[in-house]
Design a protein around this ligand. Structure first.
Ligand SMILES: Cc1cc2nc3c(=O)[nH]c(=O)nc-3n(C[C@H](O)[C@H](O)[C@H](O)COP(=O)(O)OP(=O)(O)OC[C@H]3O[C@@H](n4cnc5c(N)ncnc54)[C@H](O)[C@@H]3O)c2cc1C
Length: 385
């Protein structure tokens, strides 16, 4: 054991991606002694992601509770990013550029119109544009673009800078970071007593499990309470061109979405092109077919990208849940709190997850905002992801 006289930590956070680190930072600020365990912190899905903060553009039929949570998190992003930047000096690339979704043909246009009506019906702010108006906003768009929808409130953050800043903020705040792998939850008399790591054993009354796509692999959980979270593979590309700061103009000035592909321009000239959605278990290989498809789909929207340098191919595993919404709150045994299953919105949801889970840790009460996302909602739905 790490300490002979009782636990050194009030909380051990298993998994230091955007979710675990943000929780650790907020929980430490609330006065708790916090330890994060991760053998590769910040290098999971949070490193691979595109960093879109797009609650409106990502709003899907039947996911209204998730939409409300996403909107609540988007609202917090400005101050979250500012606080991180002030604490660490790291610019997290929070850019309020908006998102333009475009249609290449009639089928796309019909799909876009339907989504527009649905989003408008929910009272979300979005504007329908003709092809010509789209090209006025983004002159490099393909000439055939028929029309689009502009969402001025859907922004972006540089997710890699974000996890770098979160790591720095945790360190400054006095969060312990152990570069190790948690292998087993230690349970005594039906409640959490600690965590066994590969190279150590920790005693603590509370464990937050934020292991992303790997969350179900921790052993020691009571039968039936492994979180139903599975890996959903996403492949993505980084291109590089002009940054648009003097000299050549940037190819794109806001997030651009087609039906099968999205493009996210960073301030430093990178252009992120994503992403596949694949059920391939823990396979994290980049495939030639995915690169081909992503480039072809992106090229149809923005032909000028053929001139850019292809600098990186990336694969990440999204933590998918059965209803695409995160698992947030207490689980069995007592003392175990889940913060996982954020699927395609984990970067967006980091601020609201951190605030609410920290509040739960401090007060023992579930904040209303996450009451509908209890991990126990799956308890009667059978085992498996
Ligand atoms: C291609 C792609 C594009 C995406 N684009 C967006 C986007 O534009 N916007 C958005 O909001 N979201 C996006 N997402 C989703 C987002 O990346 C995830 O929802 C989010 O990163 C999940 O964060 P996390 O901290 O839960 O998981 P991760 O970042 O995967 O972190 C989990 C961490 O837990 C650690 N871990 C796991 N098990 C253990 C253990 N037993 N012991 C110790 N450590 C452990 C891992 O090492 C890892 O570091 C995208 C995802 C992908 C793959």
């Amino acid at each position: 054991m790490s300490t002979g006289w009782g636990p050194a930590d009030d909380v051990v956070v298993v998994g230091g991606g955007a979710i675990g680190l943000a929780i650790a930072w907020r929980a430490r600020a609330a006065g708790l002694r916090v330890c994060v365990v991760d053998d590769a912190p910040g290098r999971g899905a949070s490193w691979a992601a595109a960093g879109m903060l797009a609650p409106v553009t990502e709003a899907h039929y039947g996911e209204e509770p998730l939409l409300r949570l996403c909107l609540a998190s988007a609202e917090r992003y400005g101050s979250f990013a500012r606080e991180l930047e002030e604490t660490t000096g790291v610019d997290v690339g929070y850019r309020r550029t908006g998102t333009l979704s475009v249609a290449r043909d009639r089928d796309d246009q019909e799909a876009l119109d339907e989504l527009f009506d649905y989003r408008r019906g929910l009272g979300l702010e979005c504007e329908r544009l003709r092809g010509r108006e789209c090209r006025r906003l983004e002159p490099a768009l393909a000439p055939g673009i028929r029309g689009g929808v502009l969402v001025t409130g859907d922004h972006q953050v540089d997710n890699r800078a974000l996890v770098t800043a979160l790591l720095g903020a945790c360190e400054r705040a006095g969060v312990r970071l152990l570069r190790d792998r948690a292998v087993e939850l230690i349970v005594q008399r039906d409640r959490v007593a600690g965590v066994r790591l590969r190279h150590d054993t920790l005693t603590c009354p509370t464990v937050v499990l934020s292991g992303g796509a790997w969350s179900a692999q921790l052993s020691g959980l009571p039968a039936g309470s492994a979180p139903p979270v599975r890996p959903v593979k996403g492949q993505l590309l980084h291109l590089r061109g002009a940054a648009g700061t003097g000299g050549e103009p940037a190819l794109l000035s806001r997030n651009l979405r087609g039906l099968d592909v999205y493009l996210v321009p960073r301030a430093d000239g990178r252009l992120v092109v994503g992403a596949t959605v694949e059920e391939q278990g823990f396979d994290d290989r980049v495939t030639a077919g995915a690169v081909l498809e992503l480039l072809r789909d992106a090229y149809e929207l923005l032909p000028g990208l053929a001139e850019l340098e292809l600098t990186e191919t990336v694969c990440g595993l999204r933590p998918g849940s059965r209803d695409n919404a995160p698992l947030l709150g207490g689980s069995d045994p007592e003392g175990l709190i889940l913060a996982t299953g954020h699927y395609r919105n984990g970067i967006l949801l980091a601020p609201v997850t951190a605030d609410t889970i920290a509040e739960l840790l401090v007060t023992g009460r579930v904040p209303a905002l996450i009451a509908g996302f209890s991990p126990r909602r799956f308890a009667t739905a059978g085992a498996g992801p």
